[in-house]
Design a protein around this ligand. Structure first.
Ligand SMILES: NC(=O)c1ccc[n+]([C@@H]2O[C@H](COP(=O)([O-])OP(=O)(O)OC[C@H]3O[C@@H](n4cnc5c(N)ncnc54)[C@H](O)[C@@H]3O)[C@@H](O)[C@H]2O)c1
Ligand SMILES: [Zn+2]
Ligand SMILES: [Zn+2]
Length: 449
């Protein structure tokens, strides 16, 4: 049995804590039809986890209101995130076959529990990827990703010494909530976790407030950029791209992107000032470190990690990962620590799951490097401000959207996104409820005839 499913069974054996104020482990309304499925018997399409390296489309029951502050959202837009690949690969644990995935989505309020305030049927809204109660120590400060009341997972608490909030479509490790890569989703604490979208912000732009925009903004401002700083960014995926955009916006003088494929040229085509390092084409003897020192002799002031810990570069970490001797490679973190100038700042936004070997703690200590875990991004802290910035044209999320695809083909799209095929940077996934493509957004691509 795969590690991910084994860990889910272990959690069942240990049992959850009792801190959560919303029901846990409703990852598919079909798990208990009498309690979680719409009484009409209506079904919907949803993308489910189907074991390690496998996802599939399934017809499952439509969800119902389970708690008084639930909203049932009719989904009009979703996407695939680099974080979904960690679920696909089974590196984030505690998934069960049939769990509905997806944590970035927008839609229309379809039904509401009696205690939902400030929303009405028909409102067009975007959901935050995290589920927050709105009322605990962290929620009062809008640090919604660390809500204390929506995730009672014992294993996460044991491994980390504390927990994150519950998250949509992100395994039982974060509460076990059905995700939004579906036609309908249940949103607990709907009045807290949904933001109304103004008429001037179409779904194709507003959707990304769920995660990627707030995450990239958090990465940049939480790590901090001082005027004219040189910022090096590992990973030219959607998160790295928006970090480049926001780094310039927050005063960076230079931005250097590091990756190994066409995405570097894609980002450069959007922001010509960006400088590039393709580590796959460095001449023998040259490393990311030496190239960075050639480009800026003292080293960049700031390094941002927008990749993840599961992608080993060399054989040593590859085998250590395979053998379970570590859960994450330290290669990128070490490149960041050694490359930045003394007293430089390194922000980690890419997902790291557990433990790493060969961490260069000496360089960190001796040279005064600030290593900052940016955390799962607290979306509620930023989303109103970012929405205004979309409205007034300061942010254009369409700069990263290369494809519009259909929910029916989302299983195929996962594999294409994973392999970075077809120039896929970020997708907009439409459902049968979506409005026609907004101006400036890509036309529908069909992969199956
Ligand atoms: N902290 C949060 O709240 C949060 C939210 C969303 C996403 N994330 C995480 O951010 C990371 C990036 O997300 P994304 O959607 O852009 O992912 P992505 O998988 O689309 O992009 C990652 C990029 O990193 C590149 N890469 C791989 N190994 C590399 C290396 N050694 N050096 C430099 N680049 C390398 C890949 O080629 C790819 O282009 C993921 O780990 C994702 O889970 C975190
Ligand atoms: Zn995400
Ligand atoms: Zn809370």
């Amino acid at each position: 049995m795969a590690l991910s499913q084994g860990a889910a069974l272990m959690e069942k054996a240990i049992g959850h804590d009792n801190n959560a104020t919303t029901e846990q482990d409703i990852t598919n309304p079909g798990r208990d039809r009498a309690k979680y499925a719409d009484p009409s018997g209506e079904t919907m399409k949803a993308l489910v986890w189907n074991g390690k390296n496998s996802v599939k489309m399934e017809e499952v029951p439509k969800p119902r209101v389970v708690e008084d502050r639930d909203v049932i959202l009719k989904i009009t837009g979703s996407t695939v995130c680099g974080s979904d690949l960690h679920l696909l690969h089974g590196s984030v644990v505690q998934l069960e076959k049939g769990d509905i995935l997806g944590h970035e989505f927008c839609g229309i309020v379809d039904e509401m529990g009696p205690a939902v305030k400030g929303l009405k049927k028909g409102d067009r809204v975007v959901a935050s990827f995290q589920i927050a109660c709105g009322d605990c120590f962290f929620c009062k400060q809008k640090l919604s990703s660390q809500c204390e009341k929506t995730n009672s997972n014992t294993m996460e608490n044991g491994m980390y010494g504390g927990r994150t909030a519950g998250m949509f479509g992100y395994s039982h490790f974060t509460g076990g909530f059905a995700g939004g890569q579906a036609e309908y989703t249940r949103v607990p604490y709907g009045d807290v976790n949904l933001l109304k979208l103004p008429d001037s912000v179409p779904d194709e732009k507003g959707l990304y407030l769920s995660d990627v925009l707030a995450t990239s903004w958090n990465c940049v401002v939480d790590t901090r950029i001082d005027p004219n700083d040189t910022v090096a960014i590992w990973g030219a995926g959607p998160i790295g791209q928006m970090c480049a955009d926001f780094a310039f916006m927050n005063g960076a003088g230079r931005v250097i992107m590091i990756d190994s494929n066409w995405r570097l040229d894609y980002v450069k085509s959007k922001y010509p000032k960006v400088e590039l390092i393709d580590y796959s084409t460095l001449p023998k003897g040259q490393t990311v470190y030496s190239k960075l020192r050639e480009m800026c002799p003292r080293g960049p002031d700031v390094a941002l990690e927008c990749v993840a810990g599961e992608y080993a570069k060399g054989w040593a970490h590859y085998f250590e990962l395979q053998l379970g001797l570590e859960t994450d490679t330290s290669e990128i973190i070490n490149e960041m620590i050694t490359s930045v100038r003394n007293y430089g700042r390194c922000g980690v936004t890419g997902v790291y799951v557990g433990y790493t070997n060969h961490f260069n703690i000496g360089s960190l200590m001796e040279r005064g490097i600030r290593l900052i875990g940016n955390g799962q991004a607290p979306v509620h802290l930023y989303w109103e401000k970012l929405c205004k910035m979309i409205e007034n044209g300061e942010i254009d999320p369409l700069k990263m959207v290369t494809h519009r695809v259909s929910l029916d083909e989302l299983d195929d799209v996962y594999y294409k996104f994973e392999k970075k095929e077809d120039g896929m940077q970020k997708v907009f996934v439409e459902t049968k409820f979506s409005a026609p493509a907004a101006a400036g957004s890509p036309a529908l691509t069909r992969y199956r005839k």
